[in-house]
Design a protein around this ligand. Structure first.
Ligand code: 5GP
Length: 212
C-alpha cells in the first residue's frame, strides 16, 4: 500500500492554523487524520484531554523523551510540546495523510527524519491582523501575547525552509487552498516513481511483443 503523506502545518500563533486544520478535517474527514500532541501547558477553557492535546506533567513528558516515544519535541513560550511517534508512524503505514500542527523547531526536526514531509507555513495577511487575532482570542494574558509576538519574529526567520506559504485572509478559501495543494502534492512525479516505473515496464514489454 502507498504510504500516506506527512503534512506539517506551522505558522504564527494567531495565523488561524488551528481553525484551518479543524475545518479541513470537518470538510474532508476521509482524507486526513490529525496527530494529537502532548504538552505540559495547562488546558485552555473547552480543551479536552486526548482531543486537543494530551496534557501532562513535566515528569511524564521527560519520560516520553527518554523512551524515544516522541517523533520530535520543542519548548515553546515556557512549555514543552511533542508529537507521539507511534500514532504517526502507524497512520502513515496505513496510507493516511497525517497532519502535524507544530511549531518551527519541531517541524525542521521532522523534516530531517522524513524528508518527504510537506511543510506548510501559514500567516495572516498583515501584522496588525495578527495582533488583532491574538488580542481578540481573549484567552491569553498581555504577557503571553507579547511572548507570542516575540516568538513570531523568530519564526519568520526560519520559514524559508518550508515548502509552501499559505496566506490566511479568508478562512474557507484558505482551507480549500490547503486541500488542493495537498491533492497536487500526491500527484508530484517524485511521489509517483513506482507508477512511472510500472508504465515504463509495460511499455517496453508491449514493444517487445509488437516486434515479434
Ligand atoms: P498552543 O499553546 O497555542 O496550543 O500551541 C503553541 C505552539 O505549539 C503552536 O505553534 C503549535 O503549533 C505548537 N505545537 C503544538 N503541538 C506541538 C508539538 O507536538 N510539537 C511542536 N514542536 N510544536 C507543537
Amino acid at each position: 500500500m502507498k504510504k500516506g503523506l506527512l503534512i506539517i502545518l506551522s505558522g504564527f500563533s494567531g495565523s488561524g492554523k488551528g481553525t484551518a486544520v479543524r475545518k479541513l478535517l470537518e470538510k474532508y474527514p476521509e482524507d486526513y487524520i490529525l496527530s494529537v500532541s502532548a504538552t505540559t501547558r495547562q488546558p485552555r477553557e473547552g480543551e479536552v484531554h486526548g482531543v486537543h492535546y494530551f496534557f501532562c506533567e513535566e515528569e511524564e513528558f521527560r519520560e516520553m523523551i527518554v523512551t524515544d516515544s516522541l517523533l520530535e519535541y520543542a519548548g515553546y513560550v515556557g512549555h514543552y510540546y511533542g508529537t507521539p511517534r507511534a500514532f504517526v508512524e502507524t497512520a502513515l503505514e496505513e496510507g493516511k495523510d497525517v497532519i502535524l500542527e507544530i511549531e518551527i523547531q519541531g517541524a525542521l526536526k521532522v523534516k530531517e527524519k522524513f524528508p518527504d514531509a510537506v511543510l506548510l507555513f501559514m500567516t495572516p495577511p498583515t501584522v496588525s491582523e495578527l495582533k488583532a487575532r491574538l488580542t481578540g482570542r481573549g484567552t491569553e494574558t498581555e504577557e503571553v501575547i507579547a511572548g507570542r509576538l516575540a516568538r513570531a519574529i523568530e519564526e519568520a526567520d526560519g520559514c524559508e525552509a518550508y515548502d509552501y506559504l499559505i496566506i490566511n485572509d479568508n478562512i474557507d478559501e484558505c482551507v480549500e487552498e490547503l486541500h488542493q495543494l495537498i491533492r497536487a502534492e500526491h500527484k508530484s512525479m517524485a511521489r509517483n516513481a513506482e507508477t512511472i516505473e510500472r508504465i515504463r515496464k509495460e511499455l517496453s514489454e508491449y514493444q517487445k511483443g509488437e516486434m515479434k
